[in-house]
Ligand binder design. Structure first.
Ligand code: FE2
Ligand code: FE2
Length: 163
């Protein structure tokens, strides 16, 4: 773990800010999605909403499916390329490989969640698709943040803000 800790802490400010910004954008788009459905915190279905509202929800859901995969895969590649630019980090480095593997597992998990939610939506269970997607994706991103990205980037941000 030591090399990875050092690698992230030694990010130059520009790389660091870019990665941090990408995390914020990802969080914001998930937040926007999860505040779209009015039935996220109950078990009602879309019959409690107007047809216009349902159309908005369905449109946003589908565009989120595409955006989250494109954005996440670009972000993961970006993060990995930055890690590899740090001194002492190679593709064979164990911490780098673990983080890379976590990104690959994460993309597979995102595909799986999206497929299930797409099926729910296509069966007219859009609110359930939202509940399922928001809970599971938030959990996945939080877990990755907790185990890999978050601690060190936040520490680095705190240092950058102080300077
Ligand atoms: Fe990561
Ligand atoms: Fe990340």
């Amino acid at each position: 773990m030591a090399i990875h800790v050092e690698a992230v802490q030694n990010l130059n400010p520009e790389d660091f800010m870019q990665i941090n910004e990408e995390h914020v954008r990802l969080g914001d788009s998930l937040e926007l999605l999860c505040t779209t459905c009015h039935n996220l915190d109950n078990q009602l279905d879309c019959r409690s909403c107007s047809r216009e509202k349902l159309a908005t929800c369905q449109g946003r859901l589908i565009s989120f499916f595409y955006n989250v995969i494109n954005f996440s895969s670009a972000h993961f590649k970006h993060e990995e390329s930055i890690m590899l630019r740090q001194s002492g980090v190679t593709k064979d480095d164990e911490d780098f490989r673990r983080h890379q593997q976590a990104h690959s597992n994460m993309l597979n998990a995102l595909y799986e969640i999206i497929n299930e939610c797409d099926l729910l939506d296509s069966r007219g269970r859009t609110a359930e698709a939202y509940r399922n997607l928001c809970n599971r994706m938030s959990e996945k991103f939080k877990e990755h943040d907790r185990m890999f990205d978050g601690i060190y980037l936040k520490k680095r941000l705190a240092e950058a803000t102080i300077q």
